[in-house]
Design a protein around this ligand. Structure first.
Ligand code: GRG
Length: 306
């Protein structure tokens, strides 16, 4: 990692890393440093709100969205010796948006969950009002950071990915599908919007910052779309047969709540086959490019247990 991001201990270049887990572990530390830098300290007023924001954001998580943005940017920037410090803003912003969505998704009016990232959910710890505001405030800082990248296109990309045609659109469709049968086309649309659009966006904003060519950008977008859908299918599969300890959240909740899930529509075995196929297709889309981290990240997503 180039020193422009001014973070200690980031010495191993991605190209030198053979092991995806080492790579992800190192980049996760980088994301944590960035997040801690951009979220006000819990000793600053309004203290409870800052404490709640830090509580949810710093609880960990895979940090897959900022890492995707970074891996895309590093692979496709024209001058590999130079790092634009904007990538740090973008990475932190993506993870804040993701965490805001988790906080709101866990609220009693949504999924009503008690456990997230291995600890009580934000509203369980701080109360509903503070949790709503913590999510809102993370959303606001995220857009400030995106604007600091200096690219209007990146700000718009994120706004569209998480709006009514993207994440929020998928969430309302998900809420409205509860307790009724859905078709395969419908569940693909819900998952692609609710979860896939922010993942696709993470790849696209990395590509925009890198100045990727049109055709590369199109391949990357399709790659993002496929891994994004696979990510949520696997999330559904893990809710059926995953481990609460590894996931840091309750398993079996989808079934209890009567949620529309991919395995619920096509069956567990077919869901696994479809997720594998999406990962293979995503990797194939990048065949023209030298061995790169995005292929390894796709494989990691396909095999994830948490
Ligand atoms: C505005 C009131 C209000 C609600 C909006 C935005 C929203 C609610 C919901 C978004 C839906 C959502 C939470 C989608 C993400 C689903 C998902 C796969 C979450 C888990 O992501 P991981 O596995 O989690 O990356 P970690 O903890 O590793 O970051």
């Amino acid at each position: 990692m180039n020193s422009v991001l001014n973070l200690p201990g980031m010495t191993v270049k991605s190209t030198e890393l053979l092991n995806i887990k080492d790579y992800l572990g190192e980049k996760r530390k980088l994301v944590d440093e960035l997040l801690s830098r951009y979220i006000p300290s819990a000793s600053e007023e309004p203290r409870t709100l800052h404490a709640a924001m830090r509580y949810s954001v710093m609880a960990g998580g895979k940090r897959i969205r900022p890492i995707l943005a970074l891996a895309t940017y590093e692979q496709f920037r024209p001058d590999s010796s130079e790092t634009d410090s904007s990538i740090g803003y973008i990475m932190a912003g993506l993870e804040m948006i993701h965490t805001y969505s988790l906080i709101h998704d866990d609220l009693p009016c949504m999924d009503d969950d008690d456990l997230r990232r291995g600890q009580p959910t934000c509203h369980k710890k701080f109360g509903i009002a503070t949790a709503v505001l913590a999510g809102d405030a993370l959303h606001d800082i995220a857009f400030d950071l995106m604007a600091r990248s200096g690219h209007t296109e990146i700000v718009r990309e994120l706004a569209q990915a998480i709006g009514t045609m993207g994440m929020i659109g998928g969430q309302i469709a998900d809420v409205e599908a509860e307790g009724r049968e859905v078709s395969k086309a419908e569940i693909i649309k819900i998952h692609s919007c609710k979860t896939g659009s922010l993942i696709r966006c993470s790849v696209r904003v990395g590509a925009i910052l890198a100045g990727a060519e049109r055709s590369t950008f199109e391949s990357l977008s399709q790659y993002g779309e496929k891994i994004g859908l696979a990510f949520q299918i696997i999330d559904d599969i893990l809710d059926v047969e995953g481990s609460q300890e590894l996931l840091g959240k309750k398993v079996g909740a989808d079934n209890i709540k009567g949620k529309a899930t991919y395995p619920g529509v096509v069956g567990l075995e077919q869901a696994k086959k479809d997720a594998d196929l999406l990962i293979d297709e995503a990797i194939e889309l990048l065949d023209d490019y030298d061995d790169n981290m995005l292929k390894h990240i796709a494989l990691f997503i396909g095999q994830r247990e948490s």
